[in-house]
Design a protein around this ligand. Structure first.
Ligand code: TYD
Length: 208
């Protein structure tokens, strides 16, 4: 996305372990002396965190699919302006837990086929992609079990159940075929350390 810094995103279905892996990657790069900004979506800036509460808490049906898409995109625009671009300009490594691929999947597929609108809005308002995206691929049944075990205030898409998890997994793998230069698929059906080693090696190869 820029000549400076490095922008890495993590993607995957809910419960795939991507947040843990994002944290571990950030810690290992920091230990190696790199300046890292670990962030997440929706959120990652003051305004975007406010929008996060709007989309993930309360009755999700109060938003139409289109309004929800606008809110996620608004959050991303603020995050990009306030957090991501300044960090990349300062030559930092930005590690982001979810980015636009999540919108392509969740808003693009879960409530009807909105992918065309997702792409149009992305081109108009975001226009940036990570340099590298690590897709933590995981068996949807196991992932759903993990995701459900974490009770939080946030209404998640995992509440839509196994069928949606299956479609999201297939959708993410199709996205990896669509963007082969950017997306690397990591097998998440292994113990955490093995996945972390694979993630670290993939990022090291990209940096080299
Ligand atoms: P998640 O990664 O589960 O958050 P946490 O860090 O708390 O585990 O993301 C929250 C939810 O937001 C998840 O169900 C996917 C959804 N989401 C979208 O629907 N569209 C988006 O563009 C993004 C970034 C997330």
């Amino acid at each position: 996305m820029t000549a400076q810094g490095l922008f890495v995103s993590f993607e995957g279905i809910d419960g795939s372990g991507k947040s843990t892996q994002a944290r571990r990657l950030a810690a290992s790069l920091q230990a190696a002396g790199r300046e890292v900004v670990l962030t997440r979506e929706p959120g990652g800036s003051t305004g975007a965190e406010e929008i996060r509460a709007l989309v993930l808490q309360g009755d999700p049906d109060r938003w139409s699919a289109e309004t929800e898409l606008l809110l996620f995109t608004a959050a991303r625009r603020d995050h990009l302006e306030r957090t991501i671009r300044p960090a990349l300009a300062a030559d930092r490594i930005v590690i982001c837990d979810r980015f636009a691929d999540s919108t392509r999947m969740y808003q693009g597929l879960s409530r009807g086929d909105l992918r065309g609108k997702v792409d149009a809005l992305h081109d108009l308002m975001i226009g940036a992609e990570p340099d590298l995206t690590l897709l933590i691929d995981m068996d949807p049944k196991q992932a759903l079990g993990r995701a459900k075990a974490r009770a939080t205030l946030e209404e998640r898409f995992e509440d839509f159940g196994q069928g949606l998890q299956d479609r999201m997994r297939a959708g993410f793998l199709a996205l990896a075929d669509e963007f082969p230069d950017r997306i690397r698929v990591i097998d998440g059906n292994r113990d955490e350390d093995a996945v972390a080693r694979d993630v670290a090696a993939t990022v090291a190869a990209h940096l080299a």
